[in-house]
Ligand binder design. Sequence first.
Ligand code: GLU
Length: 290
Amino acid sequence: MSPTDILRFAPSPTGPLHLGNGFSALYSFAAAQRLGGRFLLRVEDIDQTRCRPEHEAAMLADLAWLGLRWQEPVRRQSEHLADYAKALATLADAGLSYPCFCTRKEIAREIAAAPAAPHGTHGPDGALYPGICRRLSSGEREDRIAAGAAYAIRLDSGLAAGRVGPGLHWHDQQLGRQALRPGLHGDVVLARKDTPTSYHLAVTVDDALQGITIVTRGADLFEATHVHRLLQALLGLPTPGYDHHRLLLDDKGARLAKRHGAVSLAQLRDEGRDPAELRRTLGFERMPYA
Ligand code: GLU
């Protein structure tokens, strides 16, 4: 426990916050209060096709209604693209990334044509990128870029694993010490064709730049931490502690999600729900400042 602890809630403004997001926000906020630390808010709005300023405004209003208070300024990822570009350049200079020209269709075709799922071809999110563009020569890469082909940037996870060596780990508050599995997600995307960064890169850089000491987030992102820990090692960034909390489920046992129409905080607010009572229902009995 330390007053220097810094925690954060990092939502994406792609739609109204639902009850599960509210739980996650309160979880981080309550932990920061318990530790006597600071609580920050980060708007993860790099996906400009899905994020909207009106969603962001609504999101901040919902969180304030729920009783959260955060330190200003709010960090908005779309305003910090230079930070991600710098990290991307560091990885490129170290020879750890490569341009990937593949379309989703090409990747799917290659995966379908591969002999039945040999070991190491699947990760937590399904089939891994089969490495098509990793095998291109530098001449081919240059030609395609010169011809104006769109490309993403991928991490060469095999090289990266060799570079960091064995023995790295991270610590999860719920599950304890986790040995790093650098190849778990394969050659992840570091920058997308339409966005000059990716979730993995931006979140790793931001947690370091904001001095986050404990990353609190849902258990659905547990496996993603392997990528973040690997990127920290490659970029020379500190490793925070991690606390992946349980997810709220609906009455059918499915995880709450915006796209499945989970009840939004705005709806509850419009129905006149008392935020203090809602906090208690979600398991946050005492909010010291309130
Ligand atoms: N922006 C991510 C989301 O809304 C969360 C990122 C994180 O907490 O690491 O799912």
